[in-house]
Ligand binder design. Structure first.
Ligand code: PLP
Length: 480
């Protein structure tokens, strides 16, 4: 706690008209003061305006004119999925500023630093290492708060991410490109360790920040419970699974909430081409945002129940199908799927499609029925991958027609099997947990005691409780 910095920052924010939303407000934005809400709805959702902090939650209406009672979500039609169980996809692209929910993780990780006065805006730079969306969220939140920031991401990430960053950073030097692509996280850590030598750089590493875990458990978890309860209505629907691809494992933490409240099991999704959890494997893949050749420190492995591998060949090809007029025609006319639903498929980015495929795999493996629901998430939409789509299209260089579309859909969707799907035994959980030792204790200097403490659920509960107890501090800070 540094009271001088807290007071200085509170005054700085006051001059800029900045108020910080509380955890309760982000769990239920109807609690937000009416004057603030009116200001929010007059503000463009992507504007560099502190009012947009009050949009950093799951309840934004798709046209951003109001807050909803439950997150925007899509229940996938049975005729599309080919399974009876209901798959509820919560949509992340209605978060402000970056059209992805990772802006929430960034807010959650920065917030305690502001409240405890460990981040001094006059000296420090917020450094946001990520594979793309989290660093954009971090840069956006920093800019709104008038803080200096740096984004670190692999050079091979989608061009759309770099275009966005270039518009937001003060100086292009504040975008650090590390070697490799999606799964080259070690290279990101190396860059962070180098930057950390300058004590004015505050590395806000989503892979080891327990606040990333805690913000998702408290806010994402309770929000997804609401969309499930809405879909359930008066029926007997049971939430059997929460399915989430893991990058930092932040989003996965919503599962810890849903397990406690709805008794849902937790499934982690990764790319088959980089099967770290399934096979202790490695490799390159294009499911951007996930699967990074290591077990994040904030992954509560001992509470995970399934691991599912999905191929990026499927996500690349289905992305093409879902986002081209040829593909949409095929789905509407040839397959007869509801036109309105097909027009919403672009709301699913690569990792969202991976979550949907994994959900279908698990529904098949567990023989789920119409009374069962799977809760999952679409972190971002296809609009962030237009250049990637063009690359996939090149693979079908000569002909991309209705027959190609039929082949893509039959091979990558209708033929989904239960391959690369594992229910975790105690030994499997320990194997995955122990794999993290090499990254965190050997390479990154985490103490063995802290590493081991993560086996106990009370460790995670404490971080969750810390997060939900921040409200009083936030109110105090706002009223300085
Ligand atoms: C598109 C996308 N999907 C999934 C994830 C994984 O989310 P998490 O880091 O919370 O595990 C990310 C993370 O950046 C992402 O950008």
């Amino acid at each position: 706690m540094n009271s001088l910095v807290i007071e200085k920052t509170a005054n700085y924010f006051k001059q800029k008209g900045i108020l910080l939303p509380t955890i309760s407000e982000l769990q239920n934005p109807h609690l937000i003061d009416t004057d603030i809400k009116n200001k929010v709805f007059k503000t463009d959702k992507d504007a560099m305006d502190p009012a947009n902090l009050f949009r950093v939650h799951w309840f934004n209406k798709s046209d951003h004119t109001n807050f909803l009672d439950v997150p925007e979500h899509i229940v996938l039609p049975d005729e599309f999925t080919g399974i009876e169980a209901k798959i509820i996809v919560n949509l992340g692209r209605y978060f402000p500023l970056i059209t992805a929910h990772k802006v929430l993780a960034a807010y959650g990780c920065l917030l305690p630093r502001i409240l405890n006065g460990t981040f001094d805006y006059s000296k420090h730079k917020a450094v946001w290492p990520s594979t793309g969306n989290y660093c954009r969220g971090g840069v956006a939140i920093s800019k709104i708060l008038g803080l200096k920031s740096v984004a670190i991401l692999p050079e091979g990430m989608s061009k759309e991410r770099f275009n966005w960053l270039e518009k937001w950073v003060e100086d292009k030097k504040d975008i650090i490109k590390t070697k490799g692509t999606e799964s080259n996280v070690k290279e990101i850590y190396d860059a962070c360790n180098e930057l950390e030598k300058d004590k004015n750089n505050d590395i806000i590493n989503q892979f080891n920040e327990y606040y990333n875990y805690a913000i998702h458990r408290s806010i994402t978890g309770s929000s997804f419970e609401k969309s499930f309860l809405k879909v359930k209505g008066d029926s007997n629907l049971t939430a059997r699974l929460y399915v989430s691809a893991s990058g930092s494992s932040g989003t996965l933490a919503a599962g810890d909430y849903l397990k406690e409240s709805l008794n849902a099991k937790i499934a982690v999704v990764e790319a088959v081409e980089c099967p770290t959890l399934l096979y202790n494997g490695y490799g390159e893949h294009n499911i951007q945002g996930i699967g990074d050749k290591h077990v994040p420190l904030i992954h509560n492995v001992m509470n995970s129940d399934y691991v599912v591998g999905v191929s990026d060949e499927a996500t690349n090809n289905l992305n093409l199908l879902f986002n081209t007029s040829e593909g949409k025609n095929y789905l509407k006319k040839r397959k007869g799927f509801d036109g309105e639903f097909v027009d919403r498929l672009p709301e699913f980015g690569f990792s969202s499609i991976a979550n949907i495929i994994a959900s279908i795999k698990l529904a098949k493996k567990m023989k789920l029925t119409k009374d069962d629901a799977i809760i999952t998430v679409a972190t971002d939409g296809a609009d962030l991958y237009e250049t990637e789509l063009a690359k996939t299209k090149k693979h079908f260089s000569k002909i991309y027609d209705q027959i190609t579309c039929a082949e893509i859909f039959a091979k990558n969707f209708e033929a989904i099997t239960v391959d690369h799907t594992q229910e975790l035994s105690q030994i499997d959980k320990e194997r995955i947990f122990n794999l993290g030792y090499y990254t965190w204790v050997e390479q990154q200097g985490i103490s063995l005691e802290e590493f081991e403490n993560r086996r106990n659920q009370s460790f995670w509960d404490k971080h969750y409780k810390d997060m939900i107890s921040l409200d009083e501090k936030i109110k105090e800070f706002n009223s300085f």
